[in-house]
Write a protein that binds this ligand. Structure first.
Ligand SMILES: NC(=O)c1ccc[n+]([C@@H]2O[C@H](COP(=O)([O-])OP(=O)(O)OC[C@H]3O[C@@H](n4cnc5c(N)ncnc54)[C@H](OP(=O)(O)O)[C@@H]3O)[C@@H](O)[C@H]2O)c1
Length: 382
């Protein structure tokens, strides 16, 4: 059973706005977007996953011409205008469909493997004016300190032959390889496309179409109400970026021919874990209460992931909630209010099949949470 928009209205006052929202199955046209002064021919490698559809819809609204290149395996959203669709497979180096074509800009979304960039370079070098690559903040060698800027040292690849890494080998060692391979993919982009490169390094991307459920876990859990386990003292900083803010900004980077490297994290001003949860609760309403538990307790009970949160002290990832976004903001990155992200995320999430809603891909189950809360309240020093 799907939750209807009417049912959604039982959420807090802000959720009333949700009734007027478009369907995110079609990743609908952004409203109030003016036409760009110069229409571009944009090639998007990928385009049908999470952030790609937001790029496509914004680009169309701005009057650009859009071509997508992918395998055609993911269902394509209904586009609000004409979109050229080319097919091929980057795993097998089949990029024939791109040969002999020219575009103003290429946005490469799904790539984490250096050979994907090398192969794109073989066919696109000299045929695109700008190559815009989605990387990640996981490229940094040291994620433990606050204020990471784009000039910080990058993770080193420790394997034998980075060009031989495949999606299978990377997935088998995601923790160790993802950041280093993204860093090498960035380097390969510069090798192939010279200075006409823009590297965008997002942190957690959230909002409608986010299939990871990492951020979704929190508003979904809050909506269920009752005593809720919250990691840390509530003061740890967290960073997220709405997929639409990211996707739309990437089109604006193309319009302005902005080159360089940018961390893409939000919000604009620091956000604590508690402020994020209260922002979610302002949308979902409900009677959830927060029981804060210490990082030591979580470690002792082998809780590996309470998503989005990172302890802000003595942790290899402590800096991931405090990455610098100054350069991106100066280059035109803007942010929707948290309430908008949460409201529209929940509209989308509650439009998914009931089984999907019942099995979140991140966070802990209610049973595990209850066990942990019991153990927390029973500890000797409680
Ligand atoms: N999620 C996060 O929080 C997060 C954080 C930091 C960075 N990132 C990065 O952000 C990017 C997000 O990408 P996205 O999913 O939003 O992009 P997207 O362009 O919306 O979707 C991925 C596209 O890649 C295509 N694709 C996958 N395998 C392919 C292949 N072998 N050959 C050709 N096309 C292929 C898919 O279509 P087919 O399957 O039909 O081919 C799909 O169109 C990734 O690079 C990720 O590493 C994500």
């Amino acid at each position: 059973m799907r939750t209807t928009r009417r049912e959604l209205l039982k959420f807090g006052a802000l959720a009333a706005a949700a009734a007027a929202l478009p369907s995110f199955a079609s990743a609908a046209t952004p409203t109030g977007v003016g036409r760009a002064t110069k229409p571009l021919k944009i090639l998007i490698l990928g385009g049908t996953g999470f952030t790609g559809p937001f790029q496509v819809n914004y680009a169309l609204a701005r009057g650009h011409t859009v071509t997508l290149f992918n395998r055609g395996q993911k269902p394509s959203p209904e586009w609000p205008g004409a979109v050229e669709q080319l097919h091929g497979d980057r795993n097998t180096g089949d990029l024939k469909a791109l040969q002999g074509r020219k575009w103003d800009v290429c946005i490469d979304n799904p790539t984490s493997l250096p050979f994907w960039v090398r192969d794109a370079g073989k066919v696109l070098k000299g045929n695109v004016g700008q190559y815009l690559f989605i990387s990640t903040i996981s490229v940094y060698a040291d994620g433990s300190k606050p204020g990471i800027t784009e000039d910080a040292a990058l993770a080193q690849y420790k394997g034998n032959d980075a060009m031989a890494e495949t999606q299978e080998t990377m997935r088998a060692d995601l923790e160790g390889l993802y950041g280093a391979l993204k860093a090498l993919s960035e380097a390969e982009a510069r090798k192939q496309f010279g200075e006409r490169v823009t590297i965008v390094r997002p942190g957690y991307i959230v909002g409608p179409r986010d299939e990871t459920d990492r951020f979704t876990y929190w508003p979904h859990r809050i909506a269920q109400g009752g005593e809720m386990l919250v990691p840390g003292d509530g003061k740890d900083p967290v960073q997220i970026i709405d997929g639409r803010d990211l996707g739309e900004w990437m089109i604006r980077l193309a319009e302005a021919s902005t080159l360089g490297t940018f961390n893409a994290v939000g919000p604009e001003k620091p956000l604590t874990m508690d402020a994020m949860l209260r922002g979610c609760q302002a949308v979902t309403g409900g009677n959830a209460t927060y029981t804060h538990v210490t990082p030591e307790f979580l470690e002792e009970h082998k809780v590996e992931e309470l998503p989005i949160w990172v302890p802000s002290k003595s942790n290899p990832y402590a800096g991931y909630g405090q990455v610098s976004n100054a350069r991106a903001i100066a280059a035109g990155l803007t942010y929707r209010p948290l309430a908008t992200t949460v409201t529209e995320l929940m509209v989308w999430f509650r439009s998914l099949p009931a089984e999907r809603q019942a099995t979140l891909k991140a966070g802990i189950t209610r049973e595990r949470e209850a066990e942990l809360l019991k153990a927390w309240h029973a500890r000797k020093d409680a």
